[in-house]
Design a protein. Structure first.
Ligand SMILES: [Zn+2]
Length: 260
């Protein structure tokens, strides 16, 4: 599979009509066992958090999955819709699913929100209503065992991911890469985004207290779950391939985490 070569200097690929995607998510989710909570409303758009309880408390794992924090990364919200439709969750998984953290950015097909704030740099001392309301919602949740942030990167040569796992829990990274490889190219570069990488996996040395502009993942590391992954689908490949890659990675991570 070759890169499309059309994303020069930014993302110029497929776009989605976010209102209709969110409408489809809202109408599909209840029949698949999800409850829904609106935690923010702005410009007649609702920010929703979906919740699916575990079937039993034995070895229960709590997982936070978020998408759509960058408005020019359509595969994330579409992957959420696909995950809901496929409805394949282990019985001991309790899942919170936030389909789109920046719907107003999607209306403009831009990374930032309409005020120009990159929400994924706004989780330390949040200036945006979007990050503030997400954090307020997170503060009402019990701790998570895993966070997954669904992203895309228009510059990459294939799928890759960032792992944070300071407590050295069982890594889920290789399982995700193995699940993605049959459906989407993996970026095998030795350096990705100026960080050393191996087989599509970046294990960054991070010190949140030294960085002022926290991405969402840093909030999770500090407050909700130290182990987690930022998944980056390569947006210079066709949209269905990227959606498939994110869905495959999420299933692999959830299945590996919840395996007894
Ligand atoms: Zn992103």
């Amino acid at each position: 599979m070759q890169r499309l070569g059309k994303n020069i200097g930014g993302y110029h690929g497929e776009t989605i009509e976010i209102r209709s995607v969110l409408r489809e998510i809202a109408t599909t989710a209840p029949a698949c066992g999800w409850t829904s909570e609106v935690f923010h409303t702005q410009n007649e758009l609702d920010w929703i958090a979906l919740h699916r309880p575990s079937e039993s408390e034995a070895n229960r794992k709590r997982i936070h999955i978020s998408a759509g924090i960058h408005g020019d990364e359509p595969a994330g919200p579409l992957a959420v819709l696909r995950l809901i439709q496929e409805n394949r969750w282990p019985g001991n998984a309790e899942v919170s699913l936030l389909p789109c953290l920046n719907p107003r950015g999607f209306l403009l097909n831009q990374r930032a929100n309409p005020e120009g704030i990159d929400l994924n740099r706004d989780y330390r001392q949040p200036q945006s209503a979007e990050a503030r309301r997400h954090i307020a919602w997170l503060e009402r949740q019990p701790p998570f065992d895993l966070y997954l942030c669904l992203h895309e990167d228009w510059e990459s040569h294939g799928f890759y991911l960032y792992e944070t796992n300071p407590d050295q829990r069982r890594s889920l990274a290789e399982k995700m890469i193995a699940a993605v490889a049959p459906v989407c190219p993996v970026d095998g570069s030795a350096t990705i985004e100026d960080r050393p990488a191996q087989g599509g996996i970046i294990r960054p040395q991070i010190s949140p207290q030294e960085r002022p502009d926290w991405p969402e993942a840093f909030y999770h590391i500090a407050h909700t779950s130290p182990q987690g992954y930022t998944l980056e689908a390569p947006s210079d490949f066709p949209l269905p391939v990227r959606v498939h890659a994110l869905v495959a990675a999420v299933h692999a991570a959830v299945n590996a985490l919840t395996a007894v």
